[in-house]
Design a protein around this ligand. Structure first.
Ligand SMILES: O=C(CO)COP(=O)(O)O
Length: 140
């Protein structure tokens, strides 16, 4: 599965601790991240993370483009709900696309923990089934 990790500045510590705690699960997947988050996660864990631009410089939009291209299966986005972000429209657009395309989106650490455990339990296998069906339909 293709998974995006994103965290606003006040949640960076949380995403790092989360990535360390669940690296055994995360390493089985293709990881993507906005620039600063991804760099910090990669440094802390040694995980291979595909880096996009930093969020305020377009990283959220790049991840949104992956969703629109059917290339993203899950987003873990630890948002800071108490600090205004200069790129708030990009943040909203990314979350909107998750709803448009039925992409599981965890916006806080409590939901992120449930998601990552769900990965181990196979709770997200429906994503693979949907993707395979779409690919088959496209070949027809
Ligand atoms: O701002 C962000 C998401 O909206 C995160 O970007 P960085 O990971 O580059 O800090």
């Amino acid at each position: 599965m293709n998974i995006a990790l994103i965290a606003h500045d006040k949640k960076k510590k949380d995403i790092i601790n989360f990535s360390i705690a669940y690296q055994h699960t995360l390493k089985k997947h293709n990881l993507y991240a906005t620039g600063t988050t991804g760099k910090m996660v990669a440094e802390a864990t040694g995980l291979d993370v595909n880096l996009f631009q930093s969020g305020p410089l377009g990283g959220d939009q790049q991840i949104g483009a992956m969703i629109a291209n059917d290339k993203m299966d899950m987003i873990i986005f630890l948002r800071d709900p108490l600090t205004a972000q200069p790129h708030e429209p990009d943040v909203s657009a990314l979350m909107r696309l998750c709803d448009v395309y039925y992409i599981p989106l965890a916006t806080n650490i409590a939901a992120a923990e449930i998601f990552v455990r769900g990965l181990d339990n196979g709770d997200f296998q429906w994503r693979e089934i949907v993707k395979e069906k779409k690919e088959k339909d496209n070949r027809k």
